[in-house]
Ligand binder design. Structure first.
Ligand code: KDG
Length: 324
């Protein structure tokens, strides 16, 4: 079995080719692969690690596209069910010249939302050191939430680590109250919890990174590290019983599309931890992979290979040298 595993809803995204047009007016789109946890799987695989992705797709053209792409990326697709009873989810994404784009989902009652959790019994977690869980899959349906909880229980049985990203998607939840209470309850199982600064405001009422970190460290003894994403300003890190520190963000040449940056951040963290790097180096890589993510149109196309990551670090060092 793979060193890294994640469960999520894979989607196709139709990304507008026209800048600043309302989605209702766009007629030209490019198709990419999407889905937060799948983005992470792709990024971790691109950095050379073995990855398994657990999900379901429909027996339809988007499902075929997703399955083919996952297999050709070298990700273990053994645990992706093809379910002819439901569609594969997809979404539309605007192209904007600044800020976050408008998105529109077609994913209700998708194949992933109907994932049959009896399949979890076939997953061998023996060699999996990190599993990434986000609040998105749990938000899809009561079955998906039950699946998430069952997978977490299986991971805890074998002593695996969980990285948890709240990844709030208010459109998928029935109410804000349910989103907040369920997401925070799932976060209690994260060895590493990675909220964004604005998610902190929604989930525990503060945008102060130290207060957000303390909230997650205090609510569960399982949580050893909280990494609060500060967007372009980098990340604030607090580990249980240790000094907190902040890792600065990297300069980005041109922001093309912000969607997928948070998943890019998780890619850097997870891949570095799999390689035994220190928490500081893992968060530095997370900031780098998050920065690289915003420089391309697709949700995961900007994630680097090892060589691209090295080149990025070198370019950043050269820029720093020029500034001195
Ligand atoms: O984090 C990026 C994702 O938002 C995107 O790829 C698809 O919206 C999406 C989702 O909910 O997975």
């Amino acid at each position: 079995m793979s060193e890294f595993l994640t469960i999520g809803e894979p989607m196709a995204v139709l990304a507008s080719q026209d800048v600043n047009l309302n989605l209702a007016d766009v007629s030209h789109f490019n198709r990419f692969l999407a889905g937060a946890e799948l983005n992470v799987a792709i990024g971790v695989r691109r950095l050379g690690h073995s990855v398994s992705y657990v999900s379901a797709v429909g027996s339809d053209p988007f499902g075929r596209f997703i399955l083919d792409s996952i297999q050709s990326a070298g990700i273990d697709a053994t645990h992706i069910n093809v379910d002819p009873n439901y569609w594969t989810g997809f979404y539309l994404k605007q192209r904007v010249d600044h800020g976050d784009p408008q998105t529109y989902y077609y994913r209700k009652n998708s194949a992933a939302a109907n994932y049959d959790r009896s399949n979890l019994a076939n997953i061998d977690l023996g060699n999996t050191s990190i599993t990434h869980i986000t609040g998105i899959f749990a938000a899809l349906s009561p079955q998906a939430l039950a699946t998430t909880r069952a997978l977490i229980a299986n991971i805890e049985k074998v002593g695996g680590q969980i990285t948890f990203d709240p990844n709030l998607r208010p459109a998928l939840w029935r109410s804000k109250t349910e989103m907040v209470s369920t997401t925070n309850a799932l976060a209690q199982h994260g060895t590493i919890v990675m909220p964004g600064i604005h998610e902190g405001q929604v989930l525990m009422g503060s945008e102060d990174p130290a207060e957000i970190a303390d909230f997650y460290l205090n609510q569960s003894s399982i949580t050893k590290t909280v990494v609060v994403k500060l967007g372009p300003d980098g990340a604030y890190v607090k580990q249980r019983n240790q000094q907190s520190f902040t890792v600065p963000g990297f300069r980005v040449k041109e922001v093309i599309d912000t969607v997928g940056a948070g998943d890019g951040f998780a890619v850097g963290m997870i891949s570095a931890l799999l390689e035994g790097k220190t928490m500081h180096d893992a968060v530095k890589r997370a900031c780098a992979t998050g920065a690289l993510a915003v420089e391309s149109c697709g949700d995961n196309d900007g994630y680097p290979t090892k060589e691209e990551l090295e080149t990025f670090y070198q370019e950043q060092d050269e820029q720093m040298g020029e500034k001195i």
